[in-house]
Write a protein that binds this ligand. Structure first.
Ligand code: ZN
Length: 116
């Protein structure tokens, strides 16, 4: 569990950088901005299943086409796992907890999941 963060003047800072050229965002702000869902981000959802037992693992807002390499946690609409990265039915580990460009994500293990 992450400790509760103090409320920051993030929105003010974000706005004010247009007016204040000297303002440089802190690392925490950059991370927050990058982790924020993009308004133009994907809205199409896919269901992600365990390749071994077909249990549903996530409902995920997936961007782009092609293979599922990683899941940004902020885009997981529904998480059916009880232990992170582990199938609730057969117990296989299907992903690794990681950071992608500063955003918490799961990197899927090749061949362990399917989606449709
Ligand atoms: Zn499974």
């Amino acid at each position: 569990m992450v400790a509760p963060q103090p409320i920051k003047t993030h929105y003010y800072s974000y706005q004010s950088r247009f007016y204040d050229n000297k303002h440089s965002p802190s690392n925490a702000e950059i991370k927050l901005n990058m982790a924020k869902p993009n308004k133009k981000g994907p809205t199409r959802t896919v269901d992600i299943f365990c390749a071994q037992c077909k249990a549903q693992l996530f409902t995920y807002r997936k961007g782009g086409k092609g293979a599922l390499i990683k899941c940004f946690k902020e885009r997981i609409v529904k998480d059916n796992t009880q232990v992170p990265c582990t199938c609730p039915e057969c117990g296989q580990i299907f992903a690794r907890d990681t950071l992608v460009r500063g955003a918490p994500a799961y990197k899927m293990v090749g061949g362990k999941v399917t989606f449709k």
